[in-house]
Design a protein around this ligand. Structure first.
Ligand code: HEM
Length: 274
């Protein structure tokens, strides 16, 4: 038993629910709709390439590409409406949302993780340089990676990026889909900006998912070869302890409280009347 596990109230192999069935299904719908949108949208930005020229000019491929893009867009919108309703109407949804909102600590965590990964402060400390500065400002020593609550700053940023990105894509995509409506409401230059924003935001989202999200949930040594949370929703006590130590301690504290005070160590026998 180590200092974190206290009275052994959380076993390393104990299983906790991190994503319930509704959340997993919403995530899978997001994967399916987003992948279809990327596959049927991004080639349009590179239509000059010989491969895409050949594929698009084959039969009715170009037509079906557009149909699939629009069908996937409807799926994405439905998924987002579902998630919105779930977030507002359920207690767990509201709690998740609260936990996902960035706080000052998240900015400090980002700095701390960067500093820890660079390792410069540790090197300076080892060499005995800037000792007085580090004694006065221990935060800048970056001796250990930061500890996180239910969501770390990377997960929070990813969530907000999906929310913002979807908003931009749905708004711009809607007016690209309904050109006449768009031109009856906006000048042509603004409509053109919708199309430009749609294309570049798509590229940004695709790169963020491929580089950032895939690293965090697949290649990161803590979870390699893949975090299975999106499939079974489960996280073990050990993973919670190492990846979300603050959340872990919260659960521990609640259990400690429910159990009552720890029994005192038996003292030496004192004879009655002594
Ligand atoms: C978030 C996921 C999405 C991605 C990654 C994506 C990607 C793309 C890309 C790269 C283009 C080509 C832009 C260009 O040629 O400059 C495009 C075109 C288009 N997108 Fe999207 N898109 C997404 C969501 C949507 C949504 C939600 C809608 C509708 C509400 C939509 C409707 C359209 C339309 C109408 C076009 C014009 C080309 C066509 O007729 O297919 N897209 N999309």
């Amino acid at each position: 038993m180590d200092a974190l596990t206290g009275r052994g109230l959380i076993r390393d192999d104990e299983v906790f629910l991190r994503m319930n069935r509704v959340e997993r299904l919403q995530h899978i719908l997001l994967i399916v709709s987003f992948s279809l949108l990327v596959v049927t949208g991004l080639p349009l930005m590179f239509y000059e390439m010989r491969l895409f020229k050949a594929v698009f000019s084959y039969g009715r491929v170009f037509y079906y590409r557009g149909v699939i893009h629009r069908a996937a867009a409807v799926l994405l919108i439905a998924d987002i409406i579902w998630h919105f309703g779930y977030t507002i109407l359920t207690r767990r949804g509201r709690e998740n949302f609260r936990e996902l909102m960035p706080r000052r600590k998240d900015a400090l965590d980002a700095v701390a993780l960067f500093g820890y990964n660079v390792g410069l402060s540790r090197w300076l400390t080892r060499k005995g340089l800037l000792r007085r500065f580090f004694d006065r400002h221990p935060f800048w020593k970056f001796e250990n990676p930061p500890e996180y609550g239910r969501y770390n700053f990377i997960e929070k940023l990813e969530y907000l990026a999906v929310a913002w990105g979807s908003l931009v894509m749905i708004f711009s995509g809607f007016f690209m889909w309904n050109v006449e409506l768009s031109l009856s409401m906006f000048p042509l230059w603004l409509h053109d900006i919708f199309a430009i924003a749609h294309g570049y935001e798509a590229m940004l989202a695709f790169l963020a998912i491929i580089i950032w999200h895939m690293y965090n949930v697949h290649l990161n040594p803590e979870v390699f070869p893949m975090s299975r949370i999106w499939l079974d929703g489960k996280i073990t006590g050990h993973q919670l302890k190492t990846l979300h130590a603050i959340e872990y301690r919260k659960i521990l504290a609640a259990r400690e409280k429910a159990l009552g005070p720890q029994p005192a160590e038996p003292g030496p026998d004192i004879p009655p009347g002594a």
